[in-house]
Design a protein around this ligand. Structure first.
Ligand code: DX5
Ligand code: ZN
Length: 219
């Protein structure tokens, strides 16, 4: 079975000590850096943009997993590729021509991801799942860290896993929002491959230890 991964979300890090927090993740058992880009239009919050991603990329020694919570993401695909991003995820709800968008991401040499808001059914991916490398299942409404986990996510992950298997897709299932040590194991048992964790990691007393324990829990 494929190794289960943990991707700390830098949204919950200390922006005044970004380099310190990135080094902590470099040295930890974490697998990817999860970067949340919000435009204040698709979601009611603004996080950080290209100059900050560029600064992060300079220090990060693990893959950059970028989650775009923005309208019309096609405008910035080439820019993120140039910044050294490894995985670029767009929202299903923001892409009227999703197939074209995914091809454009792959043409730039990146893995292509699709994120689903909590109200968006996985069945809508039926005709595109074979073209997707990563599905991010939002387990909170996107826009903010530190929200509580939506319980319906477990069923959604099971349905998505069944769809992926039925269609012989290689897509990884990534869970984003409210992940902690109380739901991690259950998510992986339901079919999740990657867990994003923001507040649970960075607001803990010992973030590196928290990552280690989370990894052990889902090993
Ligand atoms: C929410 C973001 C998440 C967020 C998760 O819109 O997509 O990646 O950083 O934060 P926690 O783990 O605190 O819910
Ligand atoms: Zn995210």
């Amino acid at each position: 079975m494929q190794k289960k991964l943990v991707a700390p979300s830098l949204l919950a890090s200390d922006f005044a000590n970004l380099q310190r927090d990135i080094e902590m993740v470099n040295q930890s058992d974490a697998d990817w850096f999860h970067l949340d880009i919000m435009d204040g239009v698709f979601v009611p919050n603004i996080s950080f943009g290209m100059p900050v991603v560029q600064a992060m990329a300079k220090h990060a020694q693990k893959p950059l997993d970028v989650h775009l919570m923005i309208v019309d993401p096609d405008r910035y695909i080439k820019t993120f590729a140039k910044l050294g991003v490894h995985h670029l995820t767009v929202h299903y709800e923001a892409c009227p021509h999703l197939h074209r968008t995914l091809q454009a991401i792959k043409a730039e040499g990146m893995k292509a991801g699709v994120a689903l808001n909590p109200h968006t059914p996985v069945s809508l991916l039926e005709d595109i799942i074979q073209d997707i490398d990563i599905v991010i299942v939002m387990s909170v409404n996107p826009g903010f860290g530190g929200q509580s986990f939506i319980e319906n996510t477990y069923q959604k992950v099971k349905d998505l896993k069944a769809l992926i298997e039925r269609k012989n897709s290689c897509a990884l299932i990534e869970i984003d929002g409210g992940v902690n040590d109380a739901n991690a194991k259950k998510l992986v048992d339901a079919g999740a491959d990657v867990l994003v964790a923001g507040s649970f990691v960075f607001k803990s007393d010992n973030p590196s230890q928290t990552i280690k324990k989370l990894k052990e829990k889902i090993a």
